[in-house]
Design a protein around this ligand. Structure first.
Ligand code: C5P
Length: 223
């Protein structure tokens, strides 16, 4: 491929999007948050009481969903049928349901198709769970991120608090992460697994600046 694709996969809340955004900004690449797409689809399904065990209903719902990204200084903003939902998709009701929805074959098929289209001719950084394995198996650079689960829960907890969430406890966050990691790694359709050629990046003890430097060193040979 002529355009450069950087695939960043890994467990929930281990700083994938922080690194992906910083990297995209530094390189002038487009940042695409694939998790936001699964989250927005989940929000639509919740609002519309979509019966997820009915495949025809799922296919029909997907046809009524239009997702668009609009970038503001590399902060990823997503709209669901024209409505800005970036905040709402990060709240607990969506976090608690997203792994169930993202395990659906039809949902994955549609999202992967849209993601591949977005990365067809442009230089991109995309983060998620199956980017290096399924969406862009031919990505030039693949990173697989991980971090201590307690450290991850604390980071996400602080983030929720800074956004004014006073009802979710640290334990709730920890359990949600553990649940999503389990569901994401054990599902049938493209489970979260490290691509053979992905570089492992454990960021429990390294700073965002150090992670950026590490990733830049991997990408620069391709530009
Ligand atoms: O990245 P984020 O934590 O926002 O993703 C939310 C959920 O979306 C994940 O827990 C996973 O269930 C799903 N997801 C996925 N494949 C991706 C990105 C996210 O299944 N490429």
């Amino acid at each position: 491929r002529k355009n450069v694709v950087v695939a960043i996969d890994g467990y929930s809340s281990c700083g994938k999007s922080t690194l992906a955004k910083a990297l995209a900004k530094k390189l002038g690449f487009i940042y695409i948050d694939s998790g936001a797409m699964y989250r927005a689809v989940t929000l639509y399904f919740i609002r519309n009481h979509t019966n997820v065990s009915d495949e025809a209903a799922v296919i029909d719902a997907l046809q009524h969903i239009e997702l668009n990204f609009h970038s503001r200084d590399y902060e990823s903003h997503i709209t669901l049928n024209g409505e800005e939902v970036s905040e709402e998709i990060r709240q607990m009701p969506v976090s608690e349901t997203v792994s169930e929805i993202s395990a659906l074959k039809q949902v994955r098929k549609e999202m992967v198709k849209q993601q591949q289209r977005m990365g067809k001719s442009k230089n991109i950084v995309m983060d998620g769970r199956d980017i290096g394995t399924t969406v862009f198996p031919d990505a030039q650079v693949k990173l697989f991120m991980t971090a201590d689960p307690k450290v991850r829960a604390e980071r996400r907890f602080k983030e929720l608090q800074s956004k004014g969430d006073t009802t979710t406890s640290l334990e709730d966050v920890f359990e949600n992460l553990a649940h999503r990691d389990y569901a994401d790694t054990t599902r049938k359709e493209s489970p979260l697994v490290r691509a053979e050629d992905a570089i492992i990046l454990d960021n429990t003890e390294i700073t965002p600046v150090e992670q950026l430097e590490f990733a830049l060193n991997k990408v620069t040979p391709f530009i």
